[in-house]
Design a protein around this ligand. Structure first.
Ligand code: ADP
Length: 169
């Protein structure tokens, strides 16, 4: 059974096996949680992302997929980069958001990660409504068969923390 825990704070301050990054397809850095991870994790993460772009991810990482790199100077062994969908009023892109959580846990299992920290993917610049993003995150982790022992959602502000608390209960 995977334990789900909630923490309000900065994901770059977590001590876990793997930290999930809400990246963009370029894998070359961005704002929000992506910027924070690269800033605190140092240049080794970007160096590995560039290698991925020079290799099998020449066109970038597709939405809903996940790929792992070193965690650089973060207190973790890996960063798992996943690309959330941009929220759309007219299209239901929720399967892509589900896929982000599922594929990240799949990468974690391949690596042997037992503790994994997730941000609230897509709920920042990508505009996903927080309550719905929280519901999808919690439901997907609950439905995914994984050897990960702890999934820790790290929520940046109180509103996000409250949304995940409601989704859990
Ligand atoms: P996206 O492009 O997937 O929406 P963002 O990074 O813009 O990604 O936002 C995703 C979520 O991460 C938002 O809820 C945002 O408030 C949160 N966030 C931003 N910085 C951090 C951080 N350092 N630690 C944890 N969560 C963060």
């Amino acid at each position: 059974m995977t334990r789900i825990t909630l923490v309000q704070g900065d994901i770059t301050r977590q001590s876990v096996d793997a930290i999930v990054n809400a990246a963009n397809s370029s894998l070359l850095g961005g704002g929000g949680v992506d910027g924070a991870i690269h800033r605190r994790g140092g240049p080794a993460i970007l160096a590995e992302c560039r290698k991925l772009r020079a290799g099998h991810l020449g066109r970038g990482l597709p939405t809903g997929q996940a790929v792992a790199t070193t965690a650089g100077e973060l207190d973790a062994r890996w960063v798992i980069h996943t690309v959330g969908p941009v929220y759309s009023q007219s299209l239901d892109r929720s399967e892509l958001l589900v896929s982000c959580y599922r594929e990240s846990l799949r990468r974690a299992d391949e690596l042997g990660a037992r503790t994994v920290a997730f941000p609230a993917i897509s709920t920042g610049v990508y505009g996903w409504p927080m309550d719905d993003g929280a519901r999808i995150a919690v439901a997907t982790v609950r439905e995914t068969d994984t050897a990960v022992e702890e999934v820790r959602f790290v929520l940046f502000d109180e509103r996000a923390y409250e949304a995940f608390t409601s989704a859990l209960t």
